[in-house]
Design a protein around this ligand. Structure first.
Ligand code: ZN
Ligand code: ZN
Length: 373
């Protein structure tokens, strides 16, 4: 060791010359110590004696500071690791710090975290191990408390004009509600939740935490299914603090017809497979394959006879292609060969086609995705 002419203030040994702190940099009193004295008091890691974590037993949210946070933890060990990582402090002068942690489940509520730290201090490799017990306590967060108490501000009632929404429409409506809330949650919004979503005889009822969400959900449903919605305050009550609480009902009306339904507008051109009910009803003529669109004044609900749905169509055998306008197929009920209209969507190479039998006759039904020429 080259003599610097400086001495350790604690033991009096010679110390090598250290660089002067830069202007403005705080003068570190410990910097003057020799290595032996410096390491005598050195702690690489500053760890609390124990850590307590409050976790919501319903949703897994963690109480931090004075709020509940969704941490997306799969189990309490993940939560404990995160909490330990938050609580531990590593000495500022340590470089190239690495750490590892091994959780040891002591009992249901206690996890002992064995943490190993290593780093470089004054050019010397240092390693330190600390053990921090983490105690997990379970509680119910504010949001889960409200959900289990049945609190909600808006109710979206999904109904349909002159019919009952299908199973798919009801399930999709509830799925959209849950997806929407999940998106908000992912953005850190803990005020967004679905209190209850259930099928009812004539549709689906979705209770949701805020009116804003109720309105958003209603708009999304109309975007996807067509139709319209209206909202009205249904109930005024008082919360526990005596404030007035308005509950808003959002009445969503799905259109009279749904895509996939086969209707006869009785205009002489034959049945129509409905392909869209957003705006004016649109569809495909089963006789020609041409496009059908309801008049503006009819909108999504033209006067028409309901014949069935695409799901009622059955596969049958193509016997012969007669000409540009007709195809012979087997009647799926009598197995007699019958001549039916040949629409544009008919594939001349097809051996099988889907047909729907109604009172007025047999009609070819296109595969999904055909919207009319
Ligand atoms: Zn010393
Ligand atoms: Zn919770």
């Amino acid at each position: 060791m080259s003599k610097s002419g400086e001495f350790c203030p604690r033991c009096g040994d010679d110390v090598p010359k250290r660089p002067e702190p830069l202007p403005g940099e705080p003068r570190d009193r410990d910097a003057a110590l020799c290595d032996a004295c410096y390491f005598e008091d050195f702690d690489l890691v500053d760890a609390p004696d124990r850590i307590e974590v409050l976790v919501c037993s319903r949703c897994g949210a963690v109480h931090r500071g004075n709020r509940w946070l969704d941490v997306g933890a799969k189990d309490y060990t993940d939560v404990a690791v995160d909490e330990v990582a938050e609580a531990l402090g590593v000495h500022l002068k340590a470089e190239q710090v690495q750490w590892g942690v091994e959780p040891e489940q002591v009992d249901q509520n206690t996890i002992r975290m064995h943490c190993t730290f290593s780093g470089l201090v004054r050019g010397t490799p240092v390693e330190e191990q600390v053990v921090v017990p983490v105690k997990v306590s379970r509680a119910t967060c504010k949001r889960c408390g409200r959900i289990s108490g049945g609190a909600y501000a808006g109710e979206v009632q999904v109904r349909a004009e002159e019919r009952v929404p299908t199973k798919e429409e009801r399930e999709r409506a509830m799925e959209i509600a849950h997806d929407m809330v999940e998106e908000r949650e992912a953005d850190g919004d803990r005020e967004a939740y679905v209190t209850e979503a259930k099928k009812v005889d004539d549709g689906a009822d979705i209770k949701i935490s805020t009116n804003k969400l109720g309105r958003m959900l209603s708009k999304r449903l109309v975007e996807e299914f067509g139709g319209s919605f209206e909202e009205y305050a249904t109930l005024v009550t008082e919360d526990s603090d005596g404030n007035e609480v308005y509950r808003v009902t959002f009445a969503v009306h799905l259109p009279r017809y749904r895509p996939g339904e086969i209707i006869d507008p009785e205009d002489g051109d034959g049945p129509v497979l409905v392909t869209s009910v957003r705006g004016n009803l649109k569809g495909v003529r089963l006789t020609s394959g041409g496009r059908y669109e309801a008049r503006f004044d009819e909108g999504d609900a033209p006067d028409a006879l309901r014949l069935g749905g695409r799901e009622d169509a059955v596969e049958t055998t193509v016997v012969a292609v007669e000409d540009e306008h007709a195809v012979q197929v087997l009647d799926p009920e009598t197995f007699e060969s019958v001549s039916i209209a040949r629409p544009d969507f008919f594939d001349p190479d097809a051996d099988q086609v889907d047909v729907l039998k109604v009172r007025s006759g047999l009609y070819m039904v296109p595969e999904e995705g055909v919207t009319g020429a």
